[in-house]
Design a protein around this ligand. Structure first.
Ligand SMILES: [Zn+2]
Length: 66
């Protein structure tokens, strides 16, 4: 089995959405409730922003009574 150093480092330091490399200090973390339980995801700045917007639009849909 061959394990590259990049694979090792990408384990928990890559963005959940775009798989870009993350620095831990700059990473956003979010807890997402899924059917399998609570999942902690890490994401980069730009994806974190998108994620926030996505969550807001989901809340808007919920609040509109659908
Ligand atoms: Zn990302």
């Amino acid at each position: 089995m061959k394990v590259s150093i990049t694979d090792f480092f990408s384990k928990d330091t890559s963005c959940f959405f775009c798989h870009g490399k993350l620095k831990k200090k700059e990473a956003f973390t979010a807890n997402v409730d899924t059917a399998d339980g609570r999942l902690k995801v890490m994401m980069c700045g730009p994806c974190g922003k998108d994620f926030d917007e996505l969550m807001e639009s989901i809340e808007e849909v919920k609040n509109s009574g659908l």
